[in-house]
Design a protein around this ligand. Structure first.
Ligand code: SIN
Ligand code: FE2
Length: 220
């Protein structure tokens, strides 16, 4: 991966309102979530008390290394039957926790800054990456309508995000994501392949060794 195109990111000490275009309809809002980090982390903690993180099964029978949960009307699940959205948490047999307002507002505002006015997510996937954990290249395509963007919030230790093309074989752009960064992709970029390279051992003052990613979607 050392030869892939690389967008380097310096330490971010303040929020930037100017989206950085990485592709035609893919934008980085560096540090956009920093101003509400404590509120966000409190809301995440509350959600995870109701619907704990768990390692889901892939349809092929493997255990996913990223631990996941959801909030919102719909939650993304994977098991032997496949990938899909469900209104109920299969672990608790209860509806997924309500999407907290600070999280929803963050996603709606970030999308609007990137040209996607009126984005109303009904699903937020919470991914927790421990050191060494990765997410291989994939497309987000379990949603009903691709006209809404994906809004992805990074918290905790740094990650190297791979922004691929429309084909799995397209060489991905490598984007450094830090605590508080928000990435938005939609429109003609909505079905780009993307993934996360293995998380390096690091320490974040609020999150320890882990990375948490929130992915907001209009799923139903
Ligand atoms: C995802 O594609 O669901 C997660 C992306 C990320 O963790 O940044
Ligand atoms: Fe994804």
């Amino acid at each position: 991966m050392t030869d892939s195109p690389h967008i380097s990111t310096s330490q971010r000490l303040f929020e930037s309102d100017a989206p950085q275009a990485l592709a035609a309809a893919t934008f980085l809002l560096a540090g956009f979530a920093l101003a509400r980090q404590h509120e966000l982390l409190g809301e995440i903690e509350q959600v995870l008390r109701e619907s704990p993180l768990r390692h889901m099964q892939t349809p092929g029978g493997f255990t996913m290394s990223v631990a996941m949960s959801n909030c919102g009307a719909l939650g993304w699940v994977s098991d032997r039957k496949g990938y899909r959205y469900t209104p109920m948490d299969p672990l608790t047999n209860a509806p997924w926790p309500v999407l907290p307002s600070c999280m929803q507002q963050l996603a709606t505002e970030a999308a609007a800054l990137c040209g996607f006015a009126g984005f109303m997510p009904d699903a937020c996937l919470i991914n927790r990456y421990a050191p060494g954990t990765r997410m291989s290249l994939h497309q987000d395509k379990n949603e009903v309508d691709y006209s809404a963007p994906i809004v992805s919030v990074s918290l905790g230790v740094d990650a190297a995000f791979q922004l691929g093309g429309m084909q799995r074989s397209d060489k991905p752009l490598r984007i450094g994501l830090q605590h508080g960064d928000v990435l938005v992709w939609g429109g003609e970029d909505r079905l780009r392949f993307h993934g996360v390279l293995p998380i390096k051992p690091q320490h974040h003052p609020l999150m320890g060794p882990d990375r948490i990613n929130l992915t907001f979607r209009k799923a139903g």
